[in-house]
Design a protein around this ligand. Structure first.
Ligand code: CTP
Length: 413
């Protein structure tokens, strides 16, 4: 039996009958090792992929699939009622359909009906099944009722095919579970919002092996994307040269240079409710990248002539205003001195709604796990965010965005 204290957060891990069930073992391990009390509720088909002893041994809890096991404890009601989080991974097309229809023909579907805590589905299936109108409708129904349905990742599926439908990696599923748990019943407050976040640092080619770049690790942008997806938003992350795993539920568009980023953001912006430019965009690029590697010649090196890159953030504000779109636009300012004064001037200059101003250099912000900032609002507010994890700053940004963007709207299938 588990030696996790009774007071530990209670997680129900629902496991569907898909090949990705093996990844749920690793998620379970991460949850138990970080002090959660986990009750695994697999479907009968899930046990064809991973057997009952594995779930029981990893969770330290009894495992049941039907409402007929341990009937005296009324498990079909009690497990859902007492949960702090229900996390279903992998959620098959069948589970999504049953949950949307409110069926209750096994222990997991009964649990979904009795749970009053946050419910997160991490779907995994073949692309055709994910894209089928029936599944789209079921996902929209579940989201409109407050469930978080993470978009699956793109990549290798069972067999030779690739596409959207992969279960995100266990470490990222764990992050989604942790974030949903800590928000409790306010978990899905960004549901219905489409957000685009940029992250990382652009690289401007000098020749085929060299570039002008910066120290951005992408962590703050990834934290923004991860927290938005965990709060129910549909998230596209335009990532410049970041070597971090894709956050669960987030569509990642990799780019390299400032001009690539401008193009990728332009392709996404029209349908977005919120645009967040967290990337460190190079202001200048070499006028032309040299086609072959520059060699030492013994003479003085030739100067690199620079051209100015487009200001993506300012362009987004101009496009929004010209088209009269109801978009919230958030910028970042990395400053080394006179942080607040520069921040206020930048907010006015860029015309965005919120500007997250942080001090960089001297070990702060770039590449670190923590961040500290002042968020300036175009209406005049200034919100201090004390030093803490980048997820905390991200959540604060989303709180302010949610206040401005108004109540979440239901998704249309
Ligand atoms: N930004 C952008 N396009 C650029 C440069 C910056 O979209 N070509 C965005 C950044 O993503 C950030 C904000 O503008 O959200 C501010 O970036 P920062 O580098 O601090 O400001 P700059 O406009 O470059 O101003 P300065 O270099 O004078 O500080």
């Amino acid at each position: 039996m588990s030696d996790t204290p009774e007071s530990a957060p209670r997680v129900v891990l629902g496991v569907g009958g898909g090949i990705a069930a093996y990844k749920a073992c690793e998620l379970l391990r991460r949850l138990t090792e970080s002090g959660h009390r986990v009750r695994v509720v697999p479907t009968g088909d899930a046990l064809r992929f991973v057997g009952e002893p594995t779930w029981a041994a990893l969770s330290g809890q009894p495992v049941a699939t039907t409402v007929w096991d341990g009937v005296h404890e009324v498990p079909h009601v009690r497990i859902g009622q007492s949960a702090d989080l229900v996390f279903v991974a992998p959620a098959t097309a069948n589970i999504l359909a049953k949950a949307a229809a409110g069926l209750a023909d096994d222990l997991l579907t009964n649990t979904l009906l009795t749970a009053r805590c946050p419910v997160v589905f991490a779907p995994a299936m073949h692309t055709e099944m994910w894209e089928h109108p029936a599944t789209r409708q079921n996902v929209a129904t579940l989201r409109s009722r407050g469930a978080i349905v993470l978009d699956p990742a793109e990549g290798r599926l069972t067999g030779a095919d690739t596409g959207r439908g992969r279960l995100p990696e266990p470490a990222e599923l764990f992050e989604a579970a942790r974030l949903a748990l800590r928000r409790g019943t306010a978990a899905a407050d960004l549901s219905g919002l489409r957000v685009v976040v940029s992250a990382g640092g652009t690289r401007e080619a000098i020749d085929p092996v060299r570039f002008i770049g910066n120290h951005s690790s992408g962590r703050q942008g990834y934290a923004l994307a991860r927290t938005a997806a965990a709060r129910g938003a549909a998230v596209t992350l335009v990532a410049a040269n970041v070597s971090l795993p894709d956050p669960a539920g987030v569509r990642v568009v990799p780019v390299e240079s400032a001009r690539d980023m401008a193009e990728a953001v332009a392709a996404e912006r029209a349908g977005a409710d919120v645009l967040v430019m967290a990337a460190a965009v190079a202001d200048f690029r070499p006028v032309a990248a040299v086609g072959s590697k520059i060699k030492k010649s013994g003479d003085a090196p030739a100067p690199i002539e620079l051209a100015e890159n487009p200001d993506i953030l300012a362009g987004l504000v101009a496009d929004r205003d010209r088209e009269g779109l109801a978009q919230t636009i958030v910028g970042f300012a990395a400053e080394t001195d006179d942080v607040l004064a520069h921040g206020k001037a930048k907010l006015a200059r860029k015309g965005c709604d919120l500007l997250v101003v942080n001090r960089v250099g001297g070990g702060l912000a770039f590449g670190t796990e923590d961040n500290q900032a002042v968020i300036l609002a175009s209406g005049g507010g200034a919100f201090e965010v004390p030093r803490g994890p980048k997820d905390d700053l991200a959540d604060r940004v989303w709180d302010l965005v949610a206040d401005r963007a108004g109540p979440a709207r239901p998704e249309s299938p």
